[in-house]
Every structure is written in structure tokens, then in C-alpha cells.
Design a binder for this molecule. Sequence first.
Ligand code: ADP
Length: 444
Amino acid sequence: YCFSSILLDGSINNTEEDDEDDVVDLAANSLLNKLIRQSLVESSHRVEVLQKDPSSPLYSVKTFEELRLKEELLKGIYAMGFNRPSKIQEMALPMMLAHPPQNLIAQSQSGTGKTAAFVLAMLSRVNTLELFPQCLCLAPTYELALQTGRVVERMGKFCVDVQVMYAIRGNHIPRGTDVTKQIIIGTPGTVLDWCFKRKLIDLTKIRVFVLDEADVMIDTQGFSDQSIRIQRALPSECQMLLFSATFEDSVWQFAERIIPDPNVIKLRKEELTLSNIRQYYVLCENRKDKYQALCNIYGGITIGQAIIFCQTRRNAKWLTVEMMQDGHQVSLLSGELTVDQRASIIQRFRDGKEKVLITTNVCARGIDVKQVTIVVNFDLPVNQAEEPDYETYLHRIGRTGRFGKKGLAFNMIEVDKLPLLMKIQDHFNSSIKQLDPEDMDEIE
Ligand code: ADP
């Protein structure tokens, strides 16, 4: 079945809420990324390493065997289909598994193998003969905590005596319970509660502390302070690890406050570029006109798959209905869907079940659909000041230089928006050609 039709049947009459632009929710996007991820994300950059002690030798590994892991852990890794460490893991794992333990701050984009790395570190440091919490991992949301837990369960499949417990809201543990699970994954508020108020976890016995998704974490009110309160109660010999997909100054400042004497590992992201995208614009009078132009383009060239971006939910819905009524197979991805529903729509689109995906900004970032040849900006991305939103434009149509196939981008522009488009053209110093929608010869 198709979510978009369910959605449309139920809600064609627009509510006020539909007028709201979808706001980007960092935690939801991160979860979505995890749900739709199928394999490692590559990077052509080198891993940058900053050692706490520059005179100590720097180890990297090319195989998991070199790490001298417990047999059952190695079995778990291979059962997950991992053949060799990812780029970031090559450098991070030897540091994370070193004796004595070393602290680490690591930054690389999502999908590069950070979670797998720290799960491996936690599993390898658990002493199964001891029945109390030994590893503590903080995550920004309940759902993200569960995702990490799933990785622990899969990788630890053969480590039968290792158990996980979730310190998340709604997981009610009776007072006085003796927590015997060795790995605790939870959100800062609940973990704090379990440690200080309910005394379910003895922080002085924690050996590995992981702070995952630091960038998402600091975005949530109160989480930085709560995390720091937890960290302050850990023993000095506890290994402390922090991971982030991005590294603005704010993340860095937080990382330095919470991780003492760290090694630092960074893997830069593949840059987005417009250089292998042919960009066009079509001048239109109004929304109907834009739709007509879209149909002409659609009829005029052979299209693999297309993503169409709208600025508001209402526009996205309107367009979806129009296209469906004209017999096109489209699906709609917008912010009122749950993350699971979004993941399922993206998966269907990836499988080619729908040829057109209509969406608002929610999916502008991070979703990677390699076979998409065409991107349409049904509305130009603008910010609240009605200025062009350059970054969003780049994320919508840009490709990574290394993996990018040639692409086509169409901008549907009302006459009064033309100056905005010209600003975009100047900003990226790349040409956006005008297109007569009646004459598609120009493209092919
Ligand atoms: P991140 O935490 O940086 O987002 P993950 O650890 O979740 O990255 O890894 C991204 C994807 O790649 C997951 O599907 C994971 O199972 C897979 N993966 C991780 N490490 C390896 C590896 N060494 N070899 C193959 N696949 C891997």
C-alpha cells in the first residue's frame, strides 16, 4: 500500500497546520538516516587525527583480526556482514580498544561507522562475570537509543552473557531493583534520574561512557547540562567517547568540556557541488502555470525518477493531488508523517515503486537516492526574511563531486521571484538557463 494515498484520502481538506513549513528536526532526521541506511558512506578525504600525546605511535588497522577481539565478538561482526573496518574505524578502533583506555572525540558524517565502532568498544570492555552497569551510552531520543541498542544486540549476538537495558522515559523500574545489565543506553534526563534519584546505576563503576550524536544532543534544552552532571560523577579511569556528525563551534566547545584529554579524529564530508548539474528555470504566472510547465517537462523528456520540492505542506499536498488525478504515480513525503512512515516511503521510492517523490524540506538533507536524475524546485527555497536559502538549494540539487552522476534541475519561478533566482546564480557562480517549456529540445 501507499502512504500518500492514505494521507490524501484522510486529509484533503486543509487544516491550518498544513500551512506550516516543515521544520527540520535534527533527531528525526538522524533517525530517518539510520532507518534508510543500507551501507557505509564513503569519503575520499583522509582521516585527520590529533593525538593527545603526539609522541605515542599511531596505530591503524586494516582488519578486525588485528584488534584481537574476543572470538564471539568477531563472530558477531562478521555475522553483520562487515569485512573490514571502515575508514574512521581503522583509526578509531585501535585508540578505543587500547590499554590503558584512551578518550576520544570523533566527528564524521552519518553512515561512516561511528555507532558500530563504539558498540564494539562497549562490548569488548564488558566483564560478563560482573552483573552491574559497566557501559553507559547517552543518546538524544528514545528512538535513537533503541537503534543503538539494536546494534548492540546484533553485534553481541554471540556474547550471550552481555545484556542491554534502556534508561528511557516509560521504562519503569521498581524501586530497589538490582540492575544487573552491563550496558545501559538512555536519554540524559532519565539516566540522571536513574543515577542520582533512584540510585539504580552506580556511576563510579562505569568503564565506558559514550555520548552519541553530540550535535543533536546540544540542540535539546537541558541535555548538555545533564550530560555534564553525569560525566562529573564518573571515575577518572572511565573511558569517555564522544561522537558527532557535524562539528560547529558549539559542538566542539561542549566536547572539550565533557571529554578530558581526548584524542580527536575527523573525517571531512564529501563536498556538494553544482558543477555536474544542468540547471534551468521556467518563468510562470502562478501555481497552475507551474504545474503545466512541470507536465510539459515531464512529457518532453525521459525521466528516471524525480524529486519535487515544495516550500509548504499545503503546496506539496496540492501538487500531489493534481499529479495523481492526472494519473501519475507519486508519493508524498512530509513532516506530519512519523519517521517510520517516512523511511518506508523513501524505501519504496528507492525500489522504484514510485517515479516521483514530492516533498517539503524535511527530506532535503541526508536522503541519498542515487538514481534520481531530476530535481524540481516547485518553489524556490527561501528563508524567513524572504531571501534565498542557498544552503537548502545546494542540498536539494547538489551532488557529491566524486559519486555524482550528471543531473538536471528545474526551477519553477514566478516572475516576482526572478531576482531571488539571480541571486542564487551569482552566489554559486553557476549558470541557470531559462527554458521554454514548450520546447524541450534544448535539454536533450
Ligand atoms: P554512523 O554511526 O556513523 O552513522 P553506523 O555505525 O551506523 O554509522 O554505520 C553505517 C552503516 O554501515 C550501518 O548500516 C552499519 O551496519 C554499516 N557498517 C558499519 N561499519 C561497517 C563496516 N566496517 N563494514 C561494513 N558495514 C559497516
